[in-house]
Design a protein around this ligand. Structure first.
Ligand SMILES: [Zn+2]
Ligand SMILES: [Zn+2]
Ligand SMILES: [Zn+2]
Length: 421
C-alpha cells in the first residue's frame, strides 16, 4: 500500500494529465459519435451470392461471416438494372441507375456518371475537403469519373488512389490511406473476383473470393484498432453484380437477368447497425449509397434509392438539412488552409461558441470562445497558432465547435504557409 502511495505521488502530475486527457477524450468521444460517423464501402466485383452469404456453410467467406455476427446482412439484395460493371458501379456510386456518357478528360477517353455521386453529395453538404473522401482502386489508366453535374461536379470529386495491380495491393494501399490520411468516406474497389471468374477456373474464382474476404477482415480489424475509426465507423460490403447461375451459363460470365447475375451480397457492420441481424426485406443497388448517405447525415437529392433503416439500431439518422432554428456551421474555408481558417455559422441569440482544436494524438492545441448576445452571422478565425502563439506544424487537426451544448466536429488540414523571400 505504502509502495503504491509513493508510486502515486511520483506519478501524480502524469496522472492528472492522463485523467484530464481521458475526460476530454471521453467527453468529445461521445460527442463525436453522436455527430459524425465514417463510412467505408468495399465493392467486390462479380461475386455470386451462392459463393458468399448464399452458401449455407460460407466456406469461402470466414471473415465476413464473423463480421456478420456483429452486423447485418440483407439476404434479398439485388442488382435490379444492368448486370455489367460499367453500369452497376455508377449506380452504386449515385444511389440511382444513371446514364453513363463517354468523354475525353485530361487527354484520356473515359466515361462519367451523369448523376451526382455519393462522394460529391458528401463533400458539398459537409464541407469535406478532398482528403476526407477517398476512392481506392487498382491502377486503371482511364478512370471512370463521377459527375459534371452543375450543382456538384469536379470540385467535389473524391481523391483517387489508383495503384497496384491486385486486390492485395489495393488492401495495402487502403490501410495506408486509412492510417495516414483518415478519410471519413472511403470506397474500396476489389476487381480480382470478376477477373478470376471470367477465367473460368473454379479454383481461381473461389480463391479470389477468399482473398477478398480476408481483405474485408483486415479492413474491419484496422477500423477497430484505429483511434479515428473505432466505434465510429460503418463498414459496408457489396457487389456490382453476381454471375450466371448454372442454368444460364455458369460462373464464368454475367450480364443477363438470371438470379445468379442479379442476387448479390450486402453486409453492414458498425456503430448504428444491428448485430447478428439478417433482413429478408427486398433491397436493390440504389439503396446502398442512400443508406451510406444517411449514416453520413447527408441527403442524396437526385437518388432514387431508399434508406435501409431496418438494419439500423436506433431511430433513423435524419437527413441533413439547413434548419434555421439550430446553430449550424455553414462553411469552413479554406480547408486545407495555409494561414487562416474561418468558421462561418448562424448563431441564435445568446449563443456561447467554443472552438477547440486537437491534434491527432488528442492533445488540445487551442481553444477560442465567443459570446453572441444578439445572434446572427458569426465567424471564428483560427490563425494556425497554439495557445502560446507558436505556429503549429502542417498536418491534420480535429475541431470541435460547441454551440450551446451542441457539438459539431471534423477535420481541417494545415499546409505550409507561402513564404515571401
Ligand atoms: Zn463487375
Ligand atoms: Zn465481369
Ligand atoms: Zn446471368
Amino acid at each position: 500500500m505504502i509502495h503504491h502511495r509513493n508510486h502515486m505521488k511520483i506519478k501524480r502530475n502524469q496522472l492528472y494529465l492522463l485523467f484530464f486527457a481521458c475526460s476530454l477524450l471521453l467527453f468529445f468521444g461521445i460527442k463525436l459519435k453522436a455527430q459524425n460517423q465514417n463510412v467505408v464501402i468495399v465493392i467486390i466485383d462479380g461475386a455470386r451470392y451462392s459463393e458468399t452469404f448464399g452458401d449455407p456453410v460460407k466456406q469461402y467467406i470466414p471473415f465476413m461471416s464473423a463480421i456478420a455476427e456483429e452486423g447485418s446482412i440483407i439476404d434479398e439484395f439485388y442488382n435490379n438494372g444492368i448486370t455489367y460493371t460499367s453500369q452497376a458501379i455508377p449506380a452504386l456510386w449515385c444511389g440511382t441507375w444513371t446514364e453513363v456518357r463517354d468523354t475525353v478528360y485530361n487527354g484520356s477517353s473515359t466515361s462519367y456518371a451523369v448523376n451526382p455521386t455519393l462522394f460529391e453529395y458528401f463533400r458539398k453538404q459537409t464541407n469535406a475537403s478532398e482528403i476526407d473522401c477517398y476512392y481506392v482502386l487498382p491502377y486503371i489508366e482511364n478512370l471512370w469519373l463521377p459527375s459534371f453535374d452543375p450543382d456538384y461536379g469536379p470540385s467535389y470529386w473524391p481523391s483517387f488512389h489508383s495503384a497496384g495491380i491486385s486486390d492485395t495491393d489495393v488492401c495495402n494501399h487502403t490501410l495506408f490511406v486509412m492510417n495516414s490520411i483518415y478519410p471519413r468516406l472511403l470506397l474500396v474497389y476489389l476487381a480480382d473476383v470478376d477477373h478470376a471468374g471470367h477465367n473460368g477456373n473454379w479454383n481461381y474464382y473461389t480463391q479470389a473470393i477468399k482473398t477478398a474476404d480476408s481483405i474485408v477482415g483486415a479492413i474491419w480489424d484496422n477500423i477497430q484498432s484505429n483511434q479515428f475509426y473505432e466505434n465510429n465507423t460503418t463498414l459496408i460490403v457489396t457487389n456490382d453484380h453476381g454471375r450466371h447461375d448454372d442454368a444460364h451459363g455458369g460462373f464464368s460470365g454475367h450480364g443477363c437477368s438470371c438470379d445468379g447475375c442479379r442476387h448479390i451480397m450486402f453486409l453492414a457492420a458498425g456503430k448504428n447497425i444491428k448485430a447478428g441481424y439478417i433482413s429478408e426485406q427486398h433491397r436493390t443497388i440504389p439503396d446502398m449509397a442512400v443508406t451510406a448517405g444517411s449514416l453520413l447525415n447527408i441527403s442524396l437529392e437526385k437518388a432514387t434509392g431508399h434508406v435501409m433503416s431496418e438494419i439500423f439500431n436506433q431511430s433513423p439518422v435524419y437527413p441533413y438539412s439547413y434548419n434555421p432554428n439550430f446553430n449550424q456551421v455553414h462553411q469552413i474555408s479554406p480547408n486545407p488552409f495555409r494561414e487562416n481558417v474561418r468558421f462561418d455559422f448562424e448563431a441564435s441569440p445568446n449563443s456561447l461558441l467554443k472552438l477547440q482544436l486537437f491534434n491527432l494524438s488528442g492533445l488540445k492545441i487551442k481553444s477560442i470562445e465567443q459570446w453572441y448576445p444578439s445572434g446572427g452571422q458569426g465567424e471564428i478565425i483560427w490563425n494556425g497558432c497554439d495557445e502560446n502563439g507558436n505556429e503549429v506544424s502542417p498536418g491534420i487537426y480535429l475541431y470541435f465547435l460547441m454551440i450551446n451544448g451542441n457539438t459539431q466536429s471534423g477535420k481541417i488540414i494545415k499546409h505550409l504557409p507561402y513564404k515571401n523571400y
